[in-house]
Write a protein that binds this ligand. Structure first.
Ligand code: CA
Length: 676
């Protein structure tokens, strides 16, 4: 090839070759050949399939045609260069062109169809006998859609088929706009859809979408960066930094082992296998254009693929996402997250009849993972008014947990958030929903998470319950019901290497039996097959009409019954648990965490902490000479909070005017070093 021709073909051919290789990365020849053989058997003479409904058509038939093209071009496949198969590919594509199917859901028409057609055409460019030129040209024309810019993950999804078309036609203008719009979503968009200043992700309004739409954003952005690397269209450095930060510090942290935190999948929680992270080579790809973080990407691949255990290269971290009301607490031994909602955000959506029963998902749902698979595919049989962590009415049937309005509904209270130093923290949720009120707080340490509830009120006719967990039943359930109680009124339980302690007892109920349900029950696109799974469920029953009821429990992940017996409970001191103030001291870690729902004073053993506004406070090195004060305003309203502090290690009372972050950072944590 002479230089002029080569230059004319670049970078189109390079990009086409990369996409072609990418489309074949996970292909298994034998199973795919078997599948394609079945497709060929029930193909009609006109190139349609008898088992495909062409009205509101979804993935088939285009997925089948793409599979056919894949096996046809692979020399390792037994259907390689098969004449009958070639006829079938041409016939089915021609049929698609003639029928021109449409779906009521724009996503298929504007994203899936043109992407799938583009992929098939790119694969067929590598065939020994390609497609008739006229057919290919007509299909390329069919791929043209108006691009909806500024629509986050959807924009990059659309720009991807622009990229396919640009390279297939060697059109520089189309490639220019494809590259621009593929990378457009890689930006920090305060309050708008996309990556937020706290590292979380919004879509469909101010709704946390870290691994739902954020997964699409990450996947598309990585693919684009991978395809365009080392060309004049390569991802600019400043945008690469945003993408790397999102993957490293947010997205990959929500994956435990090979499974997502159920709090980050949005309405996708109601889809089969939706907690399986299936990184699809994404992390290996980014390594190719971000070699600086190679060690980190390698570790992530090993961990999420199961080649290494879930704790592999996990370091302790605590993230408070003040834009999304989501808390993520990581330890080598476990992941613990909390999702809440405020008047500033939207509650987890029901949409297109997906996530039908997820009414209580944003009411303090706690995801507790050790292996990662604790909740994987358990959702069809979940009792949906007993989502782990939530306090709600205990309805007799599913109807009570039904989200009655499609798409996002705003939260109801403003005092929702957390304070964090990046390793430890405390989160709170002022619950006022479905005729139930409660002040809920989570205190995060190393070995344990302390969960407090106070001011639990309701006049509803059902019992009010706080659910501690609802996960796959795995092995024995040990509990103080069946063994000697270790404390005065204490109740404890251990299941699947997670310990639960109720220091003051309470009406604890445990069930370990089969529950039934179907995916259809929670998502009308899913199977109606009735499933039966064994479930471990533990909850507190506050009874009917609770007034000023409260709860305390500790979650101690990574422990067995013998370990829990020895576990030093005296390290945890619950100093206060009322609807005005919740405070916990950890003597082992020498720290104090407090939620002031009202201005007030906390006094306890030589300590006095006074605040002039509602806020959250966390003090590290409590008895030392140089303690650190962390403070946040979950209501995101105050510019300055005055703190009066008397600590055991300090001779004098300190008065601190805490200036808090503002603008996009309102709700974030401010820190103050306190010296003698
Ligand atoms: Ca119920």
């Amino acid at each position: 090839m002479n230089i002029a021709v080569k230059a004319q073909n670049e970078p189109f051919n390079t990009i086409l070759q990369r996409i072609n290789n990418d489309l074949q990365t996970f292909v298994k020849d034998k199973p795919l050949a078997d599948e394609v053989t079945r497709y060929l058997k029930n193909l009609n003479t006109d190139g349609s399939w008898q088992d495909v409904n062409y009205i509101d058509v979804q993935y088939d038939p285009l997925k089948r045609i793409k599979d056919m093209a894949t096996v046809y071009i692979r020399p390792s496949n037994k259907l390689y260069n098969n004449t009958e198969l070639h006829h079938a590919i041409v016939k089915t594509l021609q049929n698609w062109l003639d029928q021109n199917p449409k779906n009521k859901n724009w996503w298929y028409n504007d994203i899936f169809y043109p992407q799938a057609i583009g992929q098939t055409l790119i694969l067929m460019r590598n065939a020994k006998t390609g497609l008739p030129a006229e057919l290919e040209a007509a299909l390329i024309k069919r791929m043209i859609r108006r691009l909806k810019t500024g629509d986050g993950a959807n924009t990059s999804d659309e720009a991807l088929h622009y990229l396919y078309r640009a390279c297939l036609t060697k059109n520089k203008a189309t490639l220019d706009s494809a590259a621009r719009y593929l990378f457009e979503p890689i930006a920090v968009a305060d309050g708008k859809e996309g990556v937020q200043v706290d590292g979380s992700y919004y879509q469909h309004g101010k709704q946390q979408a870290i691994a739902s739409y954020g997964r699409v954003f990450a996947g598309n952005s990585v693919n684009a960066g991978f395809y365009l690397r080392d060309t004049e269209y390569a991802l600019p450095k400043d945008q690469l930094a945003i993408l790397v930060d999102y993957l490293k510090n947010t997205f990959l942290k929500t994956v435990r082992g090979s499974f997502y935190d159920f709090n980050v999948r949005g309405r996708g929680i109601s889809r089969k296998d939706s907690l399986s992270s299936g990184m699809g080579g994404m992390v290996s790809k980014i390594k190719r254009f971000d070699p600086e973080n190679a060690a980190y990407w390698d570790a992530s691949v090993k961990r999420t693929s199961g080649a290494e255990p879930p704790d592999y290269k996990i370091t302790s971290a605590h993230n408070q996402f003040w834009k999304s009301e989501y808390t993520l607490h990581l330890r080598p031994a476990y992941t613990f997250s909390v999702q809440t909602a405020s008047t500033r955000t939207l509650r987890t959506e029901r949409g297109n009849n997906e996530n039908i029963l997820g009414k209580f998902l944003p009411d303090g749902a706690t995801n507790i993972q050790r292996s990662g698979s604790e909740y994987a595919n358990l959702m069809p049989v979940w009792e949906w008014d007993k989502i782990p962590g939530t306090t709600s009415r205990d309805y007799p049937d599913d109807y009570g947990a039904t989200v009655l309005k499609e798409w996002g509904i705003p939260g109801t209270t403003k005092f929702v958030g957390g304070v964090s130093d990046g390793i430890y923290g405390v989160s709170c949720y002022d619950l006022d929903y479905d005729s139930v009120q409660a002040k809920k707080a989570w205190f995060f340490f190393d070995q344990e998470v302390v969960c407090l509830g106070a001011g639990i009120n309701s006049n509803a006719k059902e019992n009010i319950t706080t659910t501690i967990n609802q996960a796959w039943l795995r092995g024995e359930v040990a509990s103080s019901n069946g063994a000697q109680s270790t404390g005065k009124n204490e109740i404890w339980a251990v299941h699947d290497s997670i310990g639960y302690i109720f220091p003051q007892g309470g009406n604890v109920e445990i069930s370990n039996k089969a529950q039934t349900g179907s995916w259809y029950r929670i998502n009308h696109f899913q199977s109606k097959t009735e499933l039966k799974h064994n479930v471990f469920k533990i909850w507190l029953n506050h009874g009917k009409n609770p007034q000023h009821a409260s709860y305390q429990y500790l979650v101690v992940p990574g422990i067995d019954a013998a370990g829990l017996k020895k576990y030093n409970r005296s390290m945890i001191q619950v100093l206060k648990n009322t609807d005005e103030l919740q405070a916990v001291k950890h003597t082992g870690l020498d720290m104090l965490q407090a939620v002031f729902y009202k201005a007030g004073t906390l006094t306890a053993n030589g300590l006095s902490l006074q605040v002039d506004q509602p806020c959250m406070v966390y003090i590290k090195d409590l008895n030392g000479k140089n303690p650190t004060l962390y403070i946040a305003d979950p209501a995101q309203e105050n510019a300055i909070i005055k703190v009066l502090l008397k600590l055991p290690g300090l001779p004098k009372t300190k008065s601190i005017d805490c200036t808090l972050p503002n603008g996009a950072f309102a709700g974030a944590t401010a820190s103050f070093n306190i010296k003698e």
